[in-house]
Design a protein around this ligand. Structure first.
Ligand code: SPV
Ligand code: MG
Length: 286
């Protein structure tokens, strides 16, 4: 019995007009996203930090985020897209990051143009950005550090998050694409997709566009596809569903005094065994 062999993000993108990616923070979550039909998994900094009971504020080290991404990738056939925040520091940190994530078999990395230490995009207002040319240089250095042609680097702009206009996001993304980014991610915390649509109207598609529709949840995949987006990341829905499910379950056990009422709404132990590939493991030494 061998470990699953995973495809590269680049090949998944080549085979699909639009790629849907689910956030996860452990292999079991990744397996469930894969089972549902997602084509890639986002190793989300928000989810990984939250799973440790910590804020998404550059508190964990690169090694800890790498471990989380690698643990996900090891059990999946679909590729992991690693959310690498700012690249964990300066330009040399970004180069080191590429070496380390590549060595762990991660084929897609995303870095963003905020300052280290960064704060989650939905916290506060007016988050500080690195200068456009400085982040373009970071992208260039990260690309020069890669040794596999499979490695796919996504440059994420937080221009709209920090309160800048769509034109500023466009200008930044053009510079990042010209510096060698394989795709650009334009993040927005607006309640509608209007900002993103305006961005797409002004984008020349020199590289593909990635979005994270957390605050504009009504933008349907068909309309997103028609607008020209290539990758959609549902970054934190698994985490939020887990929190609700665990909270409700733990409360019900204490309130009800027994677990009869829960049995119909929770997974069976057999289901867990299947996800663990227990049969294959047992056959190994039968
Ligand atoms: C994450 O999932 O960690 C992201 C997306 O980077 S967001 O939380 O919206 O910043
Ligand atoms: Mg993040």
């Amino acid at each position: 019995m061998q470990r699953p062999v995973h495809s590269s993000f680049k090949s998944v993108l080549a085979e699909n007009e639009i790629v849907r990616v689910a956030g996860a923070n452990h292999a079991l979550g990744g397996l469930l996203a894969q089972e549902a039909g997602f084509q890639a998994v986002w190793s989300s900094s928000l989810e990984v930090s939250a799973s440790r009971g910590l804020p998404d504020a550059s508190l964990l080290s690169m090694t800890e985020y790498l471990q989380a991404a690698a643990d996900l990738q090891k059990e999946l056939t679909i590729p992991v897209v690693a959310d690498c925040d700012t690249g964990y520091g300066g330009n040399l940190n970004a180069a080191h990051m590429v070496h380390e994530f590549e060595a762990a078999g991660i084929t897609a990395l995303c870095i963003e143009d905020k300052l280290f230490p960064k704060m989650n995009s939905f916290v506060g207002a007016g988050q500080a950005l690195l200068d456009t040319s400085a982040f373009a240089r970071k992208i260039q250095i990260a690309k020069e550090a890669q040794s596999s042609s499979d490695t796919y680097l996504i440059a994420r702009t937080e221009a709209l998050i920090s309160g800048l206009e769509v034109d500023a996001a466009l200008e930044r993304c053009r510079a990042y694409a010209d510096a060698g980014a394989d795709a650009v991610l334009v993040h927005s915390k607006a309640k509608t997709h209007d900002q993103i649509s305006a961005f797409l109207d002004g984008w020349d598609f020199r590289v593909p566009v990635v979005i994270v529709p957390t605050t504009y949840p009504d933008w349907n995949i068909e309309d997103i596809r028609k607008a020209g987006v290539s990758v959609v990341i549902y970054a934190n829905h698994g985490l939020r569903a887990t929190v609700r499910a665990l909270r409700d379950t733990y409360q019900a056990i204490l309130v009800d005094g027994d677990t009869t009422g829960l049995e119909h709404s929770i997974a069976s132990v057999q289901d867990i065994f299947t996800l663990q590939k227990l049969d294959s493991w047992r056959k190994l030494d039968a």
